[in-house]
Design a protein around this ligand. Sequence first.
Ligand SMILES: [Zn+2]
Length: 272
Amino acid sequence: MGLIDESGKISYKNIVQIDDTNRNEEYIFKCIKEYVKLHEDKAEAVGIGVPGIVNNNEIVYTANLPLKNVKVKSYIETPLPVYLGNDAVCATLAEYHFVDKRMYSNYALITIGTGIGAGIILNGKIYNGSTGAAGEVGHMVIDKDGIPCACGRRGCYEKYASISSLLKKTNTESLKEFFYLLDRNENIVKTFDEYLENVAEGLANIVNIYDVEMLVIGGGIAWFSDKFMHKLKTKVFSKILNRYTSDLQMKCAEFGNDAGIIGAGLLSIYEE
Ligand SMILES: [Zn+2]
């Protein structure tokens, strides 16, 4: 949690550890409510990034927290306006607002981590869809007979292109270990090439559907841009339908771990 000013600077940052003893709705909102009360007089709005589906003032569903059909405003009891956004959308807003807004109006940021999420900006506005569930690109099927997914389908994109899938396939524990081995092990090089091929399949689908001008890769892998970006670009360009006039740009996100919290602070501007 933090207080964000208009330049994106964070003050009064406070990190709350959630573990098995306190992973419940009451505790999570007690922390948020107390934090809001403490800084209410300095703030103009409350923004909350949620790892799941949100719609207006309701958290519809989260995969990794026990939050389902939560009416947030009644919990927080504040006179300030309260805005909810998907966490990938928040990360997208931070990067878009502070880095890329002047250059692009059709834009997508794909967060590649434990799962895969996305924020889609069309004509300068965030696209949430009719129920707030737009951008769930991790569950775009790329092999209908493929690996089963918790969502109930098979062959979802994140089963092949998330960091979790890469680490599992190469028996490594962290990206740091993985990239260390990449410079030293032929088999890992081959597996990484197949992995990038899978990542590119999904990215090309996104470009084919939305025809964005800029595609940003966020999440943990973004720190290792020089190890893969050139190759990934070549693969994506070879797969998109409009190879002829597309001026598609690709890069890794410049904002790091704070992108989500800064983006939550921007929800009041973009969700109006
Ligand atoms: Zn799925």
